[in-house]
Structure formats: C-alpha cells, structure tokens
Design a protein around this ligand. Sequence first.
Ligand code: SF4
Length: 711
Amino acid sequence: MYEDGWIPTVCYQCKAECAILARVEDGVVKEVKGNPRGRGKACVKGMAGITSLYSSERLKYPMKRVGERGSGKFERITWDEAMGIMETKLTELRDRGEAHKFTYSMFPHSVTDPKWRFVNACGGFISTGLPHCDSAKIMAHMHTFGCFPNHHIAPMYNTVPKGGLMILSGRHPFGCLDDACVPKHILDAKARGAKLIVIDPIYRTEASKADWWIPIKPGGDASLFLGVCNYLLANDLHDKEFCDKWVREGDMESLKAYIADKTPQAMSKICGVPAADIEKLAKMVAEAPSACIDAFKSIMYGNGMDWGHAWSTFLVITGNLDNPGGQPLPEIAPMAPVEPVPAGPDLGELGYHRTGKNREKFDNYNFFLEPTWYAAQAIKDDGLKVFFASECNPALSEMGSGEWRKAVTMKDENGDYKLELLVVTEIMPSETMKWADLVLPDQTNFERWELLYMPWWYNFGHGTALCQPVVEPIGEARHANRVFIELGKRMFPEYFAFKDDVEYYDIELAGVGMSVKKLQENGGLWSPGTAGFRKYEDQGKFNTPSGKIELEWQMYKDIGQEWPSPELPLEYRRGEEEFPFILVNFRTIFLNNTGAWSQNNAQLRDPASGLDANPCLLNPIDAKKLGIADGDTVTMESGSGKVEVPIMLTEKIIPGCAGIIHGFGQTMGKVASRGNWIGDNELIADAGSTLDEQDMRGGEAHVSTRVKIYK
Ligand code: SF4
C-alpha cells in the first residue's frame, strides 16, 4: 500500500507543522527533510520524529484506568469498549441537560477540524492552552485592525527589505514552536541588509545573531513600546499619511493625549531600558523602510493584552500593516463547509467559565476558545463533568498544573470523582495521561491523514498542506480525528454522513477546487500564490466595526482598559521582598513544551548532552549575594509551590531574573522520568482559581511569577 521514496507529508513534532518529505524504504521511515515546495526546512525536533514513530514507548492499544486517578495504572481494553465508555457518558450528560459540561482541550489543526465538529454536535466547548500562550496577541490584533487570529504568523521575513527592522521581543524563533524556515529567513534578511533587534532579559541564539540586544525587565515590552510611540508622535515621526487615511476619526488625538506622559524617561523606570536606548530605537524605526515585531511567545508574561495593544499601536502609527517587512494580515482560503454544520452551544449563555465570585466580570471575556485553566475551577463548582484532551498536557504544561491535578481527583459526598470522565489521546506516555480514565493510542504524523488549513502558518500562508500516512500504523493506534468521526457516526449520524476522514477533507477541499488526490499529486501543498500586500487598500476598509483601525478600545472603557497599561504584570509588582527574583520561563529547540511527544523522545532528551536537565539560569552577581555556586542544588519557591533545581551561573540572564525551561518535568515514560520534577507551572498560580485577577479580554494572568532561591 505504501510507496518507497521521498513522500510529502507534514511534521508534527511541534505545532508549527512544517511541510516535510519522509524517505521510506521497505515500509520504514529512514529520513526526514524539509519539503522544498514548502520552503524546505526541518528542525532537530522534526528530524527526531522518526524516534517517536518507532519508540518502544508508543501506546499501542486503548487502556482504561485501574485504581485511583493519578496512580498511572491501566489495563488493556478493546476499541469497541473504549468507544462504548465515551458514548455512554456523553449520552448520559446530554440526557441530564448538561451537554455543555463537556470540554475537549485540543489544538484544532484546521478551522474545520472534525474533533471540533464532534464537540459542537455534542453541545460542549473547545478549550485550549491559547490564553496561556498567545491569545492576547490574537485579540489585540483583532480589536485594533480586525485581522483574523494571527497565531503562528510571524512577520514575512522573506520580504523584509534592506534596512528594514526585525524586532524580536521575548521571542525565540530559533528556539522552537516556529516554522523551521523562519531562522533562515531572518538570517537571509540580515544578509540583505536588514537589522535584527532582540529585546529580551535572556541572551539566547537570537541575541547572539542580533545587531542590537536590548536587555529588559520581563514584561517591560508594553512600557518600552509606549515610550517608542510617545517619541514618534511627539516628534512627528509617525506615518501621518497612513494614520490620516486609516485610523478612526478621533483616535489619534485620544492616543496622543493618553501617551503624552509615557515618555522614554518615564517608561525607562518601568522596563529598565535606558531612556536614550528607547529614543535610539524610535529613531531607528523612523528611518527604516519597514519594521516588524515578533513576540509570540517564548517568555511568558502576565500583561499580554497590554503588550498586544501597545504592539498593535506601534504597527499602526508606523504604517507597518500588510506591507513588505511589516505585519502581514492573513487571507483565508474558502474551504467548503461539510453540510449540515452543527451550530455548537452559545458560549455566552452556557460557558462553564461563568463560575466563582467574579462571574459577571466575564461578560467582557471574549476569546472564542475556553482556556484550559478554567477547568480546575469548573470541576470544583460542578460546572465541568467530562474532559477530553488531545495534543495537550494540562497536568504539566499549563500554569497552576498542580491545581488541575488536584481538581481531577476531587470527589463528591458519594465518593465519586466530580469529574466523571477524563479521556486522553496520546502517542506516548504523558503527564496528563497519568490522571486519565481512558487512554486512546494516537498516531504520529507518519501514520495519519490530516488536512492542515489555517490561514496563519508561516510555511503555508494562504493555503493548505496534506499530512498523509507514509507507513503502516503501529499497533492499534488510531488518529483522534478518526476516533471522533467514528463516535460522531454512532451518536450524531446526521452530522457525520461522510465515509471517513479522507472524504471529509475532500468535501472541504472542493471549496478551493482541490481534493486529497490532487493535493498528493501537487506535492502535498496548495496555495493560490496571491498573498499580496495592503489588502485593505483593495477592500477599502479594515474588518472592524467602524471599518477603520480602532486604537482606542472603547468597549472596554467600563473596565478601564481602553488603552494599554505600561505597568509590569501584577505578579511582578508584589511580593518583591519575599520573592526577589522574576521567573523567566523560556523554551528550547529540543522540547515541544505543550505536547508530550518530545518529552519521551530519547534523541531529544540525551543525558550525555545535558538535554534531560533543566538547570536554573542565574546571573553570577545574584549568586554571589546568595552564596550560591555553579552546580549547587537549590530550592526555587513562589507563593504557589517549590521545586528543587540545579544552578547554572551565566551572564546571559540579567540580574534579578531566574530562568528555567517551560513545560519540563514529566514523570511518565521511561525517557522523561529520568529528569527530576522541575516544572515551572508548579510555581505559578492557577489563573482559574484567582479569577478576580484574570485578564478579562482574552489575555492571561499568572503565566509567570516571582520566586525566591535558597540552598
Ligand atoms: S519547527 Fe516543529 S513542525 Fe517544523 S520541523 Fe521543527 S518540530 Fe517539525
């Protein structure tokens, strides 16, 4: 059935989903490289995908829990039994009128993902880790210039002209979770004469390649860029022509009034960047033919919405929207709907996030996917009864993960778990699986069909890519999409009348005159090749209520959030005496911090190379004050928890900060469990349990924190 040779498919060792070619020999994947039709790059994690495929740790058949949740003990069951357990529980929930108490935490690969369809047909909600991640940026861009959620869309570095500025702010595109061609495009642009500026409290690969590294206090980005905007406006260095034409009437005057006191001198006191450097950056921007900012999201900050608003404002007043070297606005390929389309529940009416003492405030919460961190609170309040998880790892990789683990083991007065069913689909053992009632073995990208259609992939832009099986699946593994199409057929046949996943994708692809077969013949990729620039010129408007750019978020006046606050995140502004260090939780090229696949990849967790360790990076100035030496084991403690961690002294982190890798510390699986538990999320408060502090607009609170360090 499967051919030998170089077969196009898609990598899924991280969510960037690069187009790759897999070399198959005698039914075995031997090698992986970037697909030249999709910009031709694969990173180290992508190449190590073969190790995941053939790992002895692969989950090969469905299992159900034996013993208590969290014991990690399972027994083998059949697929039929597993499907029956899910069908029975979901039917019972619907019969009780509680269908909305079902959530599926996933990362939809396509806006028409069949898992999403299943959840809508059920009447449940999708939840994601996005609010933990970059939803603030998405919402900020949508509010300001009405573009479709802009997730992985980095600036189009391949279009940055000579002299253009590429600004990375707390962003590590050479590090991970970014399309593998981005680093090359950045370096190519540099070679053309563009400038790379890296703003970061930590000096990593990007900083080493930069023309200018600007060390900054974590979370200081909003104040820094408000200072830049102040200087540009005060000195008439902004793009007046663009603003006169496209900014809503009155907004520029309001912005000038708001920003009048956000001088470089004033902002310097907040972000720690000298005022002269803020002015220098503003002057460089004014002289450059283009400037772009990339900040999704390597270092976690809790003021993401303010930063997203300041970032959007900067792009607007410098006229850097949908221009070469600026911020691209995505186009959307018109995929055909698979009729009939289930409507899905009304989030506003039924959302299980409407829980706790501040529920009214959440009328302002308007991100369209539920954040996973509500789950813990919702379980306690009986608002959530069934939780499914695919390609996510909330027990480890989201803030307050300890609270999540506690919530899923809470029992009612009868001694039954309050959360009635927890299902996890996984390729290899994950931390979240440890707490599951049902574990469904998933397929790797080498074994499954999948249509990747998102308008924001850097690799694909306005187009689609086909993930196709290149070898026989291992064991009884089935891809989650197939499982939920099958369950949909059993429960909602009217919405699942198509034959299988391939036919489903064929229907969608008809919208762009394609099919799965044609995509295969086309090298696995399709794009109309019409991305273009300044699309708002053709449309004559932006996709906002006024049709213009809306700098002032008038709908948030009642909560005082119509302009971006320059302040550091709340968690950095309190407890400084007891917890003197700011946690910098960064990412690395060797670890997919969200999914569990690279946690148990022996190639990526090699102890000889130190890749299975997560030392705390500390500046020698701080270490001297604490009497700590390189290699010492210390306790890192916050208001929420503590971890034991070895120290690595380095001048690559600014004094006052302590750096560890985000999403590290899995205990399940032979490879991952070699490391000690050093999870950053053990230190971070659960945002769901402190809803009064949560950002109401789709941003995130509690993604970092202050810590103390002692021997
Ligand atoms: S960036 Fe992600 S998707 Fe791309 S090759 Fe690397 S691991 Fe695979």
